[in-house]
Design a protein around this ligand. Structure first.
Ligand SMILES: *Cc1c(COP(=O)(O)O)cnc(C)c1O
Length: 360
């Protein structure tokens, strides 16, 4: 740290992304799709589009917002665009959370939430999930706090029902409730329809996971027009051209390719469910994931051990040291059928030798 680094950031611990090696691994560690974006998305990445890079993009993303509005059955004024959900979440934190009204989220969830809160000096509370790693809805009813919930939840894949989201939004009317729906396309339901009723509810969506475009950095938030206008004020104050023109065009094309995506979502969830069965047969305990990943542990073999053995075998998964009680769990992205067969073979041999490196 230099002597110039603002004292404001003393002790700031930045988010640590999963490893991003280029090649050499079966990469099941950051919940990317194992499939390319739809063909029409690839068609937008042509020399004609690139030749327009001398011009600024549309700062309002007008065409993409109109397309998303039609797709979700809302109005353009209900949508604000972000350069990935990480940025959209940052705008939301800046817009609505402050020293007098901090934010609450589960202790087991997306690791960027506490980092953003620290960066912006926002007090936060981590509400422990239950023994089965479920978010306990009652912990969020009428707490008069700003709330951020990933649904399905990050790391566990467990989803709250829409009725539960509705109760949380309805019983905290003076605070903002953020539902981070990075994985909602895999669960098949969304809180977006509730944003018409609850003016304190904002839903965050990303192209990274279910539109197979993590490299493009595109996200959006949907909510009441006045909430969205506030987020828009922050966005325009920070980076008015936050979405590049190539990504804007690719984002539109992806929405036009509904069949490609629904077919591949089905494929991914089928692969997920088959892999879960095979892992349970090997003695693993799994959460009930509605997302494009599995969350699993083996009672006899430490998580770090399995993680290391898989890595040696060329398979990258994700493990978290914090909170400590999930340190034996592994988060495994659902890859292609072939990749998951390789995973199961590797786990089989690790479990067979289990006694050799079992917990002491
Ligand atoms: C992956 C993920 C994000 C970040 O998405 P980007 O759009 O790639 O920034 C946000 N929230 C959750 C819960 C995620 O899993």
């Amino acid at each position: 740290m230099s002597k110039y680094f603002s004292k404001r950031h003393t002790g700031l611990a930045p988010y640590v992304p999963g490893e991003q090696p280029r090649g050499g691994f079966i990469k099941l560690n950051t919940n990317e799709a194992p499939y390319p974006p739809a063909p029409a998305v690839l068609d937008t990445l042509n020399p004609g589009a690139a030749s327009c890079l001398n011009l600024y993009p549309d700062p309002d993303g007008t065409a993409l917002r109109a397309k998303l509005a039609a797709y979700h059955g809302v109005d353009s004024c209900n949508i604000v665009l972000g350069n990935g959900s990480d940025e959209t979440l940052a705008f939301i934190f800046l817009a609505f959370f402050d020293g007098s009204h901090g934010v609450a989220f589960p202790d087991v969830t997306y690791g960027l939430y506490p980092v953003l809160a620290s960066l912006f000096n926002i007090p936060y509370t981590r509400i422990p999930v239950g023994d089965t790693l479920d978010v306990n809805v009652e912990d969020y009813i009428g707490i008069d706090r700003n709330i951020v919930l990933a649904n399905p939840n990050a790391q566990t894949g467990i989803a709250l029902h829409i009725g539960e989201i509705e109760r949380i939004a309805g019983t905290n009317p003076n605070r903002v409730v953020v539902i981070d729906e990075a994985y909602a396309d895999f669960s098949g339901f969304s809180a977006i329809p509730l944003t018409g009723t609850y003016e304190n509810l904002v839903v965050v969506r990303t192209y990274s996971k279910s539109r197979f475009m993590a490299g493009a950095r595109l996200s959006y938030a949907i909510g009441d027009s006045s909430l969205i206008a506030d987020i828009e004020t922050v966005r325009r104050s920070y980076n008015p051209y936050n979405i590049n023109s190539v990504t804007l065009a690719a984002g539109e094309a992806a929405i036009d390719c509904g069949d490609y995506y629904t077919e591949h979502w089905r494929r991914i969830t089928n692969t997920r469910d088959r892999t879960a069965l095979a892992m349970r047969a090997l003695g693993f305990t799994l959460t009930d994931s509605s997302a494009n990943f599995l969350f699993a542990r083996n009672r006899d073999i430490p998580g770090a051990e399995i993680f290391g053995r898989l890595r040696e075998g060329g398979i990258l998964v994700r493990r978290f040291d914090s909170p400590e009680r999930i340190s034996d769990w592994l988060r495994i992205t659902v890859g292609t059928e072939g990749q998951m067969e390789a995973l199961i073979r590797a786990l089989e041999s690790i479990v067979k030798r289990g006694g050799a490196y079992a917990k002491k």
